[in-house]
Design a protein around this ligand. Sequence first.
Ligand code: BYC
Length: 324
Amino acid sequence: MPAPALDSPTDATVADERRLQELFDATIAAEHRIEPRDWMPEGYRRTLIRQIAQHAHSEIIGMQPEGDWLLAAPSLRRKAILLAKVQDEAGHGMYLYSAAETLGADRADLTDKLIEGRQKYSSIFNYPTLTFADVGVIGWLVDGAAICNQVPLCRSSYGPYARAMIRVCKEESFHQRQGYELLMTMMRGSDEQRAMVQDAVDRWWWPSLMMFGPPDTDSPNSAQSTAWGIKRHSNDELRQRFVDMTVPQAEFLGVTLPDPDLALDAATGRHRFGPLDWDELKRVISGQGPRNAERIARRRAARDDNAWVTEAATAYAAKRTGHV
Ligand code: BYC
């Protein structure tokens, strides 16, 4: 069928936009990837920048709670492992900022938005790491939750995000095992060490469940993000998957998860669990968590104190390429 005649440049623009939108919709429907040079609706671009930036910020801020133990790790071996893990998180942040740049975002601008509280990062990193057992529990529960959430993102519709997630997930999987191995070692130790592990589990269990976001009934972004193939499963589905995966691991480890309502539902094979404190999640997201102010203050200091390094590297690069 011949294309309808176009009378004016405006008609041409509208028709072009429609065709581009159809092509975009067909790409999503066919489960193919959207790539940086492809046309995309402005809302899709904005949503991706929001989620990818938030994810990148989480990786970078997420270096702090574990980083607090770098100088106090109990042995050279544990220090080397922890240092490698924290460096991996920095790497994840870098892949993710690069993915955001393919959408036209500016890395320095994203950092400014984080520091000014205009972009979020994961609630989980606003809790303190009181003992070395917290390092193990972060690996086991926080990286475990991250894997549940991020494996489906390897099939996200935006190519650079999905590809970044493949490597991130491989590393997170290693992180989760190192956390579990650390906890197994402590559980084979003294009564005091076992008590430290249990105490850390008690403090991190509920915040780990909150990492998956608000309940589906209160998740304003889910419907559109799912329609665009950015999100593959709902917040509640992933939370449930995490609980089902973690309960047998807790039993093997010999710790009790701090939820009296936790029980296997024989009919569904899934675990029922008690209500989450959604007011706590809201408080932490809005900046009122136990360590929000400290996390951002440290990130601000890192940006300001190290600005001269960026300036020097930029000046050197410009000199080498003759752009001075
Ligand atoms: N914390 O409509 P919803 C790691 C916000 S780092 C803070 O459900 P969406 C690691 C949400 O952004 C892993 N904010 O949103 C690093 C939204 O606000 P805006 C971090 C949260 O996007 C170091 C509002 O609440 N992982 O593994 O559809 C060491 C309504 O929510 C949280 C990622 O970033 C929260 N927990 O779904 C160790 C994964 N939950 O933006 C480990 C990628 C919700 O409208 N992100 N909010 O102002 C995602 O998968 C999704 O963005 C979420 C939220 C599931 C988190």
